[in-house]
Design a protein around this ligand. Structure first.
Ligand SMILES: [Zn+2]
Length: 438
């Protein structure tokens, strides 16, 4: 018993000594002042930013191809091999995936969102369903939540990939899920792997989305409706806005399972993630003008119709991205136009109600003005928000007419159905002005 205790003590002492020595060794590389900390952060950031460089140079090949193609290939191979020698396989895979997801999904999606918020009139004209596609239809607080959840979900899928890799290599002592080797895949093999991956991803996404998120009455369906389908028409960031469980099932599993089954090379994986990320950015964007006017625009309109049917009618159509399975299995939305008409009617009804309220308020203001000048300040605020406080009646009328003209112009670009209703505010306004001028 005594000998066992002493052996245990000895082992504990050895472990303690080893840990002390280990931490002493590690502490040498830790920053000791602000300059060293700054240098460490910069070196980590540059190393992180360098990870997708081989992929970017690879993607640039078709653009800057021609006579320098062999040179570009050489640059690509050299930068790739230097990365493999200077990073461990796990960091290369995980940080590379993170960088690709940020560059090809988060940044463009956030850029589109910023553009929609900064220039709504310009974005409206580029969107297929005008202002209904704009993120401004979502309240500010909710927009923050959508952005936060989307960023969280993107990071979550990268973290999950890291956990799966560590589980395989460190705990189960199996080979890594993805191949990280200096030898790069040949272009033909790479293209074949990507095509097989896209096909399998499409099938997985379709069945998971249709049955687990829309058909069976399970908590996943409720959460998918409550989160993603609380939005009537999508914008790019909505592609990653869903309950984390639904998102992992419908997005990460269809992406990662083909990579696991075909044991992708890490370069193939980064390229695959870049392509699928860009696909999501475009087909959820709501933009009518897209790089590929037939394929991507068709996919985008089908995605819009999926959101419109799911949020309004509950059951939903168009579960796949490509539309092939929907067509073959009879789940494509046959009457997208009528679904959009319904949405349009609802929006129009909403606008008419809004105008009726404004008209009632305007009439009240007019009555108050007739009695005294107390209502004029309020009206000035309502009618000419950009104007100063001390303009005279003529200026006010001119500003008002300009306001009416701008509104008319913007409404003329909207659908023709709005026309009868659009005339109302102009007539009302001129009628209301008459007693004031007299
Ligand atoms: Zn759905």
């Amino acid at each position: 018993m005594t000998s066992m205790l002493s052996a245990w003590q000895q082992a504990a002492r050895d472990k303690l000594l080893w840990s002390y020595g280990y931490f002493q060794g590690r502490s040498i590389v830790l920053p000791r002042n602000f300059t060293e900390l700054y240098a460490l952060v910069i070196s980590k950031l540059t190393s992180f930013a360098a990870l997708p460089l081989p992929l970017l140079s690879f993607l640039a090949l078709p653009i800057f191809g021609g006579t320098s193609t062999s040179f570009s290939l050489l640059v690509f191979y050299l930068s790739w091999s230097s990365l493999v020698f200077s990073h461990d396989p796990l960091s290369l895979e995980i940080y590379g995936t993170l960088a690709v997801r940020i560059i090809f999904f988060l940044l463009p999606a956030l850029g589109f969102l910023a553009a929609d918020i900064a220039t709504p009139s310009l974005s409206k004209s580029a969107k297929a369903y005008g202002e209904k596609n704009l993120p401004l239809t979502v309240a500010n607080g909710r927009l923050m939540k959508i952005t936060g959840v989307a960023i969280f979900n993107v990071l979550l899928q990268v973290a999950l990939q890291a956990v799966l890799e560590v589980l395989c290599t460190e705990f189960l002592h199996l080979r890594s899920i993805l191949k990280v080797t200096v030898a790069v895949p040949l272009p033909w093999n790479l293209a074949k792997d990507i095509l097989k991956g896209l096909a399998l991803r499409g099938v997985l996404h379709y069945y998971i989305h249709r049955f687990l998120l829309h058909k069976y009455n399970i908590p996943l369906k409720t959460q998918h409706q409550r989160w993603q389908h609380s939005i009537q028409l999508p914008f790019s960031l909505v592609a990653a806005y869903d309950h984390p469980a639904c998102f992992i099932l419908s997005s990460f599993v269809p992406d990662f399972l083909p990579a696991y089954l075909f044991r992708y090379h890490v370069i193939t994986w980064h390229l695959f993630v870049a392509l699928t990320s860009l696909e999501k950015v475009f087909i959820y964007s709501g933009y009518a003008v897209l790089p590929s006017s037939i394929v991507l625009a068709g996919m985008a309109r089908r995605t819009d119709a999926h959101f419109a049917t799911a949020s309004r009618k509950g059951q939903g159509f168009n579960f796949g991205h490509w539309g092939i399975l929907d067509f073959v299995l009879g789940t494509s939305c046959q009457d997208t136009a009528s679904v959009m008409d319904d949405l349009q009617d609802e929006a129009q009804k909403h606008r008419i109600e809004e105008r009726a309220t404004k008209a009632a308020r305007g009439a009240l203001d007019g009555v108050t003005e007739g009695r005294g000048s107390s209502g004029s300040e309020q009206e000035e605020e309502d009618e000419a928000p950009a104007g100063g406080d001390n303009y005279n009646d003529n200026e006010e009328t001119a500003a008002d007419d300009k306001d009416a003209q701008v509104k008319n112009e913007s409404r003329a670009s909207a659908d023709a159905r709005d026309e009868p209703a659009e005339q109302a505010p102009v007539k009302r306004r001129s009628g209301r002005r008459a007693p004031r001028k007299a």
